[in-house]
Design a protein around this ligand. Structure first.
Ligand SMILES: Nc1ncnc2c1ncn2[C@@H]1O[C@H](COP(=O)(O)OP(=O)(O)OP(=O)(O)O)[C@@H](O)[C@H]1O
Ligand SMILES: [Mg+2]
Length: 324
């Protein structure tokens, strides 16, 4: 059985570092040169990569273009022992994100969603059937932007639930929540674990405080996590709320912090750790990610096991030691 099937976006990250402020560096005509470049797989695969890195059993469903980026994305999943349900689209290119990074770390993103938007319900159904059961199905809010992908992803949640998987949802961006309030409310209603950041939670709370909002959802039986960057996170279950302070980090690049957090969280939840302990681990795991460049700068497994021991995870520790 899989620990988690991630249903989300296939994105290649193209990171270009600029010598100057991006707008100053760009000329409308002609060629613009950047100091350095890095092309690497990103998107929702980051979560599956984090889970697999920790020793969890991960799968990924998404849609790429029939092009070299799509092939590279698939090869990367395979090299990380992630079971891949990647569909290929002849009519669109693989999604990519161009990040223009200025010397002070400020980022401007240029996104082409490409083939992602064309993921269909039948494709998701067939892949879920092929992959078989999972403890969790993860859905990305970024994948709810356009049809038919939106319906395909929501269908994955329904099927997962029907098969007894816990449905984990990350809204992804406060702007998406603002622009599609009904879609996001529906997705949250039908999830079991909500993992949102503070900005997203503020929009969702719709006038309530973030803590009250988290509590109110948790009273309905959901597990709620609110990620708060360097401040750590809030967790709420059964109407109880606790704050987990941030783990001090020498932050170099916060790209993918939220994905690393989810990978760590899913790893612990799939080992049956309770929400607070799972979030403590996720908080630590994500804090180590931000100390390195790129979305997949993960701490070593040995260090992860040592951290799990240090927070005295009473249940499942033996399983933990045999798995990692
Ligand atoms: N500067 C930091 N120092 C320590 N930990 C951090 C820092 N930034 C982020 N984290 C860790 O990463 C987690 C997720 O970060 P954040 O709250 O920014 O989520 P997010 O907005 O979903 O991230 P993303 O931008 O990747 O989508 C935090 O809850 C925390 O555990
Ligand atoms: Mg996020």
């Amino acid at each position: 059985m899989f620990d988690c099937i991630v249903v989300g976006d296939v994105m290649m990250d193209v990171v270009l570092k600029s010598e100057r402020g991006v707008l100053n560096a760009l000329e409308i005509d002609g060629t613009n040169y950047f100091r350095s470049a890095r092309v690497a797989p990103g998107g929702s695969g980051n979560i599956a990569a984090a889970l697999s890195h920790l020793g969890g059993k991960a799968a990924f469903i998404g849609k790429a273009g029939q092009d070299p980026f799509g092939t590279a994305y698939l090869r990367d999943l395979e090299s990380l022992s992630i079971a891949a349900g990647v569909e290929f689209d002849e009519s669109a290119s693989t999604g990519f994100v161009i990040s223009l990074v200025e010397p002070d770390g400020h980022r401007t993103m240029l996104v082409s969603r490409g083939a992602n938007d064309n993921l269909g319900q039948q494709e998701v159904k067939a892949n879920l059937q092929k992959l078989g059961p999972a403890k969790f199905v993860y859905l990305s809010g970024y994948s709810l932007l356009n049809l038919p992908q939106r319906e395909a992803v929501l269908e994955a949640g329904r099927i997962g639930r029907g098969n007894g998987s816990g449905v984990v949802f990350d809204p992804g961006s406060a702007n998406l929540v603002k622009d599609h309030p009904d879609v996001f409310e529906g997705a949250i209603d039908s999830c079991d674990v909500l993992c949102a950041n503070v900005a997203e939670s503020k929009v969702l709370a719709n006038g309530l405080s973030v803590s009250e909002y988290a509590r109110s959802l948790s009273r309905k039986g959901k597990k709620v996590i609110v990620k708060a960057g360097a401040q750590g996170c809030l967790v709420s279950t059964e109407g109880e709320l606790s704050t987990l302070p941030g783990v001090s980090a020498n932050a170099l690049d916060t790209t993918g912090a939220g994905d690393a957090f989810l990978g760590g969280l899913l790893y612990c939840l799939s080992l049956d750790y309770d929400l607070t302990k799972s979030a403590s681990f996720a908080n630590w795991f994500a804090s180590r990610k931000v100390e390195g460049l790129g979305p997949r700068h993960f701490p070593r497994r040995e260090d992860a096991v040592a951290f799990l021991k240090s927070i005295r995870l009473e249940r499942g520790l033996e399983r933990e030691e045999t798995r990692v």
